[in-house]
Write a protein of this length. Structure first.
Length: 255
């Protein structure tokens, strides 16, 4: 027993192990505050609020946050079927927290892009969601056919019907991977054609952007963690509703 955890010795190597060995939480201290910390994740608190609730330094809260999100950020649907909707959303590229290599004045409270419309200042995130509620999202290097096809091909079954807003890269990717595709002509004001629409994925975008706004800018290098965090919040009401289930998720043991 060491620091309140049972330790085990490997007969082969002679090394000792505990329940946290090999998990993202190995080496973190103050385990008595972990359940309170995962409650701050469940509640979507900003770092300073979480640090004040736990009486820890903001730097410690930051380290804990990303260690606790290391496993959840990799948890998402691996296969979608039936009718699936896909559309991109964009996040302002941010070097928040970085002091070196920044070739522009720092922004305050998230800031705005220097150019209107889409540009290299924006990071594309493709969100795909089927009508059963299964969803997946992908940070793309470029929102072109090559990168969109690469993430959609292993995700969509061949009999999936894909609905999009008509963006060229999504239409080209649908042809490339050989799935039935229905594009809406938003320019002409056509947003629904019978069962074909992307209202579910666009509603997800809206909830995601509204939730992200509280953080006043997300560093691009941590964007995948925040996307995983939001996916965990969006799961069924019984998943992630208690601190214990969030702790299990942080240890790589989702319900």
């Amino acid at each position: 027993m060491a620091h309140g955890l049972q330790r085990y010795r490997c007969r082969g190597s002679g090394k000792t192990l505990c329940a946290l060995t090999g998990t993202p939480l190995a080496g973190l201290h103050q385990r008595g505050k972990w359940l309170d910390h995962v409650a701050t994740l469940r509640d979507g608190l900003i770092l300073r609020e979480g640090a004040e609730r736990l009486h820890i330094a903001v730097r410690t809260a930051h380290r804990w946050r990303h260690r606790f999100l290391a496993a959840p950020k990799s948890l998402q649907s691996q296969a979608l079927g039936g009718i699936a909707e896909a559309d991109e959303t964009y996040f302002l590229r941010s070097h928040k927290g970085q002091r070196k290599g920044l070739n522009r004045p720092p922004r305050k409270r998230g800031g705005r892009a220097g150019k209107r419309g889409l540009s290299a200042e924006q990071v594309p995130v493709l969100v795909v969601r089927d009508r059963a509620g299964a969803s997946a999202d992908f940070i793309l290097a470029l929102a072109d056919k090559k990168h969109v096809s690469a993430v959609l091909k292993p995700l969509l079954a061949q009999d999936t019907v894909l609905c999009t807003g008509g963006r060229g890269s999504l239409a080209a990717a649908a042809r490339d991977i050989g799935v039935e595709h229905h594009a809406l002509n938003f320019t002409a004001g056509i947003r629904v054609i019978g069962p074909w629409h992307i209202q579910n994925v666009n509603a997800y975008h809206a909830r995601l952007k509204d939730w992200v706004r509280r953080f006043r800018g997300i560093a691009t290098r941590y964007l995948d963690s925040y996307l995983g965090w939001f996916r965990a919040i969006e799961r069924s009401p019984t998943f992630g509703s208690t601190p214990a289930s969030w702790l299990a998720m942080a240890l790589g043991q989702p319900n």
